[in-house]
Design a protein around this ligand. Structure first.
Ligand code: GN1
Ligand code: MG
Length: 370
């Protein structure tokens, strides 16, 4: 606690820190909330960033600074509240957006946005529609962002890179888990060419490069008390990539009727109703600028990102559980199986998903014409 207080003292906070306590469900960073003594002073989020995953934290924070400044300008221009509708980075007394402590750990502070809700599951179509609107608006506001972003996570949703990592992990088999996992390994192997196709289209330039969030699961967006989407958070993974990553990852999260790590596979599947609502919300903000190639691949992007997640969880299990925070020895395997069940459910409903995208796109276009 004293150590945490010492760290917060390096940042330009309004008010006096009172309590510092853990918050949230992230798998990668450590997140805490700092409450302040004065009622008029804001509270803050303190994070210890995972330096093993984010190997260039100064560059990551610079990316976030550029993106949030752009978003804030747009929000102000539309009469919104830049302190509530976008993340606010807090500088240190040296005007840096991170503090490096004596043990080489990196800490950051952002303003806490109060009176908001972070959901772990999209229980209603309305919530999914709002989430889709939020991510769609995020991409729309960044469509004219032209500043360079550093690629701080090379290969993040790049299937060529992921499959190379996968092949390497299988070759090394560092903890000897490969033998018992022939069935699960085949889930990846049997789909690799099909999944690589989408990334190849991006590499050929058929799918445009945009500013993308890359981690759009439902708890990375804040809703207000009326269930309206307020602010997209967790911008660590903001990069230049395909906007399909964000649609696909959101469907993986919102439309799952079970939990990401549900041990009861009977609960896991893709809800076509939630898929429809999210798509409707998303296209209400993006139909005007998405290219035909992007539209054509929206439904497939959900399969792509879910497959990638099966691969990443299984790869981490094969590697001895170094990447994701786990709460039991087989947690990554449980996650793998649950995400695979979701993938199968999407595959079975793929035609419906495609038809839904076409229908919602036409609806969104006809609404903007009126
Ligand atoms: C991680 O940090 P968090 O928990 O929002 C991960 C995502 C995964 C997700 C799975 C940098 O997100 O890519 O999809 O877990 N973030 C990173 O729930 O790897
Ligand atoms: Mg998160």
């Amino acid at each position: 606690m004293d150590q945490l207080r010492e760290i917060t003292a390096h940042f330009q906070l309004e008010g006096t820190p009172q309590t510092i306590e853990p918050l949230g469900e992230g798998f990668i960073n450590d997140t805490l909330i700092i409450t302040t003594a004065e009622p008029e002073a804001p509270n803050y989020i303190l994070q210890r960033k995972n330096k093993h995953i984010f190997t260039d934290i100064p560059a990551m924070m610079e990316n976030i600074r550029r993106v949030t400044e752009h978003l804030k300008k747009k929000i102000v221009a539309h009469g919104g509240d830049p302190l509530r509708e976008a993340m606010t980075l807090i500088p240190t007394h040296d005007e840096a957006y991170y503090f490096r402590d004596a043990t080489d750990e990196y800490w950051t502070v952002t303003r806490f946005i109060d009176d908001t809700i972070a959901y772990q599951q999209a229980d209603t179509p309305e919530l999914a529609r709002q989430g889709g609107r939020g991510i769609g608006l995020f991409q729309a506001m960044l469509a004219d962002f032209t500043e360079p972003l550093t690629d701080i996570l090379p290969g993040f949703h790049n299937m060529r890179f992921r499959l190379d990592q996968w092949d390497d992990t299988l070759r090394r088999d560092p903890v000897g888990r490969k033998r018992a996992l022939a069935r699960e390994i085949d889930w990846i192997e049997s789909r690799r060419d099909q999944m690589l196709e989408l990334w190849k289209a991006y590499e050929r330039g058929e799918i445009p490069v945009r500013v993308t969030h890359n981690d759009t699961k439902i708890n990375n967006i804040l809703f207000d008390r009326n269930g309206e989407v307020l602010c997209v958070i967790d911008l660590d993974t903001v990069l230049n990539s395909m906007c399909l990553n964000d649609f696909g990852d959101a469907i993986r999260s919102y439309a799952n009727t079970g939990r990401e790590d549900d041990p009861d596979l009977a609960r896991v599947g893709m809800s076509p109703e939630i898929f429809r609502s999210y798509t409707e919300g998303y296209l209400s903000q993006t139909a005007s600028f998405l290219t035909e190639a992007e539209r054509e691949n929206l439904a497939f992007s959900a399969l792509y990102i879910t497959y990638e997640q099966v691969l990443r969880f299984l790869m981490d299990y094969l590697d001895g559980d170094h990447y994701y925070r786990t709460t039991s020895p087989d947690h990554n395997l449980v996650r793998t199986r649950a995400q695979y069940k979701l993938l199968q459910s999407m595959e079975a409903q793929y035609d419906i998903m495609r038809r839904t995208v076409d229908h919602e796109y036409k609806q969104a276009k006809s609404r903007t014409k009126c």
